[in-house]
Design a protein around this ligand. Sequence first.
Ligand code: GAF
Length: 377
Amino acid sequence: MLKEKIARVFAEQFGGEGIFYASAGRINLIGEHTDYNGGFVFPGAIDKVIMAEIRPNGLDKVRVRSIDIDEYVEFGLEEKDAPSESWARYIFGVCREVLKRGGKVEGFDAVFAGNVPLGAGLSSSAALESCFAYAVNDLFNDNRIEKFELARIGQSTEHNYCGVNCGIMDQFASVCGKEGNLMRLDCRSLEYEYYPFHPEDYDLVLIDSCVKHELKDSPYNRRRESCERVAALLGVGTLRDADMDMLEAKREEMSEEDYKRAKYVIGEKERVLDVCDALEKGDYERVGRNMYATHEGLSKDYEVSCEELDFLNDVARETGVTGSRIMGGGFGGCTINLVSKKLHDDFVKEAVDRFEKKYGHAPKVYDVVISDGARRL
Ligand code: GAF
């Protein structure tokens, strides 16, 4: 459906056909706000994508239509040509970052659309960056740029063109995701492993509070600054190399706020490792306990939750859900829930009914399907 819609608009806008590419949104089982601290993350790509039809145009400019935003933008490929539309800056940034790395980008025409919900913490922006990074690599660089570098191109786009000082998790998951697999990425060594994820008795369910989050204007960058301040004070490169004893020893020399941020990050590093161990043993109850602990830390110490997300977490706990927590950067978006199959329908009903009663609108519910990352269709 998405493909047909894009093909129709491409034909109307530019005539003829191009090549289709897609890249995915992501979930993250555990390991939040650890990527820019050199820690571990545990994401996977999902079956919600940004899809684009693209064709080189022989000009020195990019002409692109966003179906969902219903806008058309043209821009050149030099630094001075940066568009002002925020969605177009993701595409411009990807082109610029490829060029800065010595890659090749020529003019192209593109139409894109997606079904990754915007502002829900599912990384629609990483999906957009990864889709175009993959396409530019395929169309103009004979796929010489390695996949991990494509993820870095997306991350640099966020830093240099979109004002978000993010880590590598979202772009990595969007580019490298594999059907049926989560991935454990060590954000210090950048080594990663695929973990087949097919729990027989559990589902992953996302409940979207519909509180819109936009990392650009959120205190996301300030969280990162706190972590960097503490790491510098402890004399380590990143908080990955710190432990609770080191933190306690210097507690008096930092603000209470910075202390709480670092405490969360150090605890989260341990939780991801514990979850890996639990998954290897098939102990989903232990996975779930860690998820609740993460939520607690993100809410009380890292302070990136909001009332609606805390409410959804309470409902999950009260309904007997195995694990539940805020997912992604926070400040809105979704909770991710590990739910036993027999509880699935009751939980969803309970969450929707109680949320609607309290906030006057129903949350959205997405069942997670772990899928492939960036690809040519
Ligand atoms: C956002 C960022 F983009 C990621 O890099 C990561 O820090 C995440 O928040 C929190 O884990 O999605």
